[in-house]
Structures are given as structure tokens and as C-alpha cells.
Design a protein around this ligand. Structure first.
Ligand code: SF4
Length: 494
């Protein structure tokens, strides 16, 4: 069997990092980890080829040479999936699909022959068993949560690692919290399941021996969902990092409760973590209670962020506008929080009611759902009727984006962050030659051509004078800022 694994294109969003990647000659930020793992679950004798449409084009001969096309996608890749299916259906190949998009919306894809849904460790063997017997069903699904200690190492050889800014691994699935807008707990459950420490080390080894020496993102829903287990794993990672001269800069996603546990923070430091994405959502206590984000209430969120920054973790923050308790003051409150906390990368999105979430159920019951979510919560669309006037909400949202991503506020925020931040992680996120070229291009664009260059130079001179050791971090963050301005401001204005 010859199988073609297809990964659809991402739109130009906050997460695509498209405009920043051009500085470092990379084509995509992360590889398609799900498909690489699925590939390892397929029979060894199958011939496998992977085309990630984010790094190269799909050629007719790729399709002609395959017996089966396998597509994996998230909701945000829906448009690209539709284009792919339209194209490949004329080739009369077996089309099989899986991943979050299809798990929630498979009914929208009549031209796909078979859906292998939910977690692949359960449904892929079911599919393979029936395929071999010549009795393939249209849909394979299961509510069972697999033990991921048996999940194989991703098949790295199917990609060119140099196309990507970072590699990715998964250590756990699931999150113990119950934020009502979150579809992760719908897909992966509320009991975190972890790989074993030795399994995680095997995955790091696999990347190390494939030649990779750069950033590695741990794609977990909430890396610290079970603190006891994650500490056991981190003890092993920290030893491995020491033995291998810290070849990877790690980052992940975690709840703000990380800042309550200094032992855990120290273990992250020892394991060469340089950053963490945290769902802050809103500085407003009432809105946090409304969405069930109780783990963020009753604490000084700004101080928690700064504690992480002082311990060498750049905090990227997720923020949401559009809760029922939001009001006319919420916009300025959010701007002030983001500026004062020094969260340089603040991913501010409009609330989206994702299928099967508690939020979706509540809004559906109240007759407030308007359409399916696009999966891109920064495109200024709403799929439900908000409490405050829709135009006021979208206008206020756009004002937040314009304010925080204006060069003046972005570089001011960057200074606030650099002032607090201490760098502990060793090893470069990118190689030296690429770094030099990126710096030259950054200076040319942000320092000489772009509007707001005075603010760029103010920030650069501040860094050289106060924290010269962070000049590389200052330029990296400036490049991200360029990407955010291109993506967010253009979309918000239109
Ligand atoms: S903490 Fe994050 S992953 Fe966990 S339920 Fe809330 S939004 Fe979802």
C-alpha cells in the first residue's frame, strides 16, 4: 500500500508566524506531529510519503502515485481541506481523514471515504483491521481514552527538519480544569495522561540523533496537568539536558498555577525551558468565574507572570474578549494588563463557541448560536449573539489589537518584559549564520523602513544600556512583533 499523508495549509494567522519565518529562512513553525505519529502506527511495509502544504506544493504525481490519501486537520485548516478534497477526488483514490476538524465536523465532507476519529491509538487499529479484511466502514470513533505510554515515536524521516523553526513532541494529553470554552477537554478529557519518563527521553533522543539542535515545542494541552508526573519526567529531562550539553530550547503550554509551585519552575529551568504559553483569558474576576477558569481567580495574575519571567520563562498569553460579563471598561482593562505585565506575545481573540463545549451547549440552549466557529478567533467574526452590542464588541476588540500592537506600545511592553526577564536557557534557538542574516533584515525593516522606527531604536538602546545580554532576545521579539502587526492589524482593520 502506498499512502500519501497530507497536511493542509494554515491561513495567515497569529500562530502561522509566516512573516517572522521569512527572517530565518524557515517555511513553517512546527511540523505536522499528529501525522508523523499516525505514520508510525501504520504497517511498516506500507510506503509512506508526507506532503505538508505549508512547506511545499502538492503535485499531481504525488496523488497519482498513492493508493490512499490520509488527511489530518484542525478546524482552522478547513478551507485548505476543502480545496484538497476537491482536487484529489477526481483521482479516484481512497480518502481517509482524522484529527480535530473531522472529529467535530465530519458531516461536512461527503467526498471523504472514511473517517478515523478521536484518538488514533484506538481507532487506527480498528480501521486497519477492517481494511485488511476488505470490510472498511465509513466512520471509526471511540470514547475510550488510550494509554499513551504505548504511543510510538513520530516518523521524523518523512519531513525535512530544516523547513521548520521548531520541532514538536507530545508528553501528555488532557487537562484537569474545566474552562467552558475549551474543546481540548472535550477531545482529550479531564484526566491528564502522560508518557513515561523513559518514553519522553526516547523521543528527545530520536530528535537528537536525527541531527536537530534548536527549539522543541511540547504541544501538550496543559503540560503541568499532573504535577507529580510532570516532575518525575522533568527530573529525567534535566539530567538528559546536562548529558547532551542542552541541545534543545524547550517551551510548552501550561496553566498559571505553574507560578504557585517554585519546585516545578526550578525543574523547568533545569530542563532548559525558555518559554510557556499561559491562558490568562482576562484580568476580570467576574469573567473568569463566568467561564469556569477558577484556577486564575483570587490571585495577582500580573505578579505570577513576572515571577515566571524572572525565572527565565517568557510568558506568551492567551486573552479572550466577548464574555457576557464584559462591559465598556473591559477593553481598556485588558490593554492595561497586557502592557503592565510585559506579555509581549498577547494572543487576543474574540470568544468562539466551539462545537461540543459547555459554552456551546449553554449558548445553543439560549438560542444564541449563529454559525459554526471558524477556528480562527482573531478574524473578527462572532459565531454567537453577544450580550453587549456586536459592533461595539468588535470595535472594542479591534481597538485592543491596534493599541497593543502599535509600535509604540509593543516596544514599550518589550522593555517592561526585558527589564523583568532573566535568561537561563542555554543554546541558540537558531543557527549563527541565519541569526546574523535575520538581525540584518530586522534592522533594515524595523529600524530603517517601518513606521515607528524611533520606538524600535529606543528599545534597542535601552537594551544595550541596561541588559546587553538580552539583545538577541530583543531582536527576536521585534521580529515576532512585525509578524503580529502584519497579521492582526491588517485583519482587524478590514
Ligand atoms: S486550562 Fe487550558 S487546556 Fe485546561 S481546560 Fe482551561 S483552557 Fe482548556
Amino acid at each position: 500500500m502506498k499512502v500519501l499523508l497530507l497536511y493542509p495549509k494554515y491561513p495567515d494567522t497569529f500562530w502561522s508566524y509566516k512573516h517572522a519565518l521569512s527572517f530565518i529562512h524557515k517555511k513553517a513553525s512546527l511540523p505536522p506531529l499528529g501525522l508523523l505519529t499516525v505514520s508510525s502506527m501504520l504497517p511498516e511495509v506500507w510506503e509512506k510519503k508526507l506532503v505538508d502544504l505549508n512547506v511545499r506544493e502538492l503535485k499531481d504525481e504525488d496523488i497519482e502515485n498513492a493508493d490512499m490519501i490520509m488527511i489530518s486537520a484542525m478546524i482552522v485548516q478547513k478551507d485548505s481541506v476543502k480545496e484538497i478534497v476537491e482536487r484529489v477526488k477526481d483521482f479516484d483514490k481512497l480518502i481517509v481523514a482524522g484529527g480535530p476538524l473531522f472529529t467535530s465536523q465530519y458531516g461536512e465532507f461527503p467526498d471523504i471515504d472514511c473517517f478515523v476519529l478521536n484518538e488514533g491509538e484506538i481507532t487506527i487499529p480498528m480501521f486497519l483491521h477492517d481494511l485488511e479484511k476488505g470490510d472498511m466502514k465509513r466512520i471509526y470513533k471511540s470514547d475510550r481514552r488510550p494509554d499513551i505510554t504505548k504511543t510510538p515515536v513520530p516518523e521524523w524521516k518523512l519531513i525535512k527538519q530544516k523547513d521548520y523553526a521548531s520541532m514538536a513532541i507530545q508528553v501528555s494529553r488532557g487537562c484537569p480544569f474545566s474552562c467552558d470554552f475549551c474543546d481540548i477537554i472535550v477531545m482529550n478529557g479531564r484526566v491528564p495522561r502522560y508518557k513515561t519518563p523513559s518514553q519522553v527521553i526516547t523521543e528527545l533522543d530520536s530528535l537528537y540523533y536525527s541531527g536537530w539542535r534548536s527549539a522543541v515545542f511540547i504541544v501538550d494541552d496543559n503540560f503541568i496537568g499532573n504535577r507529580k508526573k510532570v516532575k518525575e519526567i522533568l527530573v529525567e529531562i534535566s539530567k538528559w539536558m546536562e548529558q547532551h550539553n542542552r541541545p534543545f530550547c524547550l517551551s510548552t503550554e501550561a496553566s498559571i498555577t505553574l507560578a504557585d509551585d517554585i519546585e516545578l519552575v526550578n525543574l523547568l529551568k533545569a530542563s532548559n525551558f525558555s518559554g510557556v504559553f499561559v491562558g490568562i483569558e482576562t484580568p476580570d474576576e467576574e469573567s473568569l468565574k463566568e467561564c469556569g477558569k477558577h484556577q486564575n481567580t483570587g490571585k495577582d495574575l500580573k505578579e505570577k507572570v513576572k515571577l515566571l519571567q524572572r525565572n527565565g520563562l517568557e510568558v506568551k498569553g492567551g486573552f479572550i474578549i466577548g464574555f457576557d460579563t464584559d462591559n465598556m471598561h473591559s477593553f481598556q482593562k485588558m490593554i492595561d494588563f497586557i502592557q503592565e505585565s510585559g506579555i509581549v506575545t498577547a494572543m487576543v481573540g474574540l470568544l468562539h463557541a466551539l462545537p461540543k463545549t459547555e459554552l456551546y451547549r449553554r449558548l445553543l440552549k439560549d438560542g444564541r448560536i449563529l454559525s459554526q466557529a471558524t477556528g480562527n478567533n482573531t478574524d473578527s467574526t462572532l459565531n454567537f449573539i453577544p450580550v453587549i452590542d456586536k459592533d461595539t464588541l468588535v470595535f472594542g476588540y479591534n481597538r485592543v489589537l491596534h493599541t497593543i500592537y502599535s509600535p509604540k506600545n509593543y516596544y514599550r511592553r518589550l522593555i517592561t518584559y526585558l527589564d523583568e526577564y532573566k535568561e537561563f536557557a542555554k543554546g541558540s534557538k537558531i543557527n549563527l549564520m541565519i541569526k546574523i542574516k535575520a538581525i540584518t533584515k530586522a534592522v533594515w525593516i524595523m529600524g530603517l523602513s517601518e513606521k515607528g522606527r524611533t520606538h524600535f531604536w529606543n528599545m534597542i538602546f535601552w537594551t544595550l544600556f541596561h541588559k546587553p545580554e538580552l539583545i538577541s532576545e530583543a531582536i527576536t521579539q521585534s521580529v515576532y512583533g512585525y509578524h503580529y502587526r502584519r497579521v492582526m492589524l491588517n485583519k482587524a482593520i478590514s
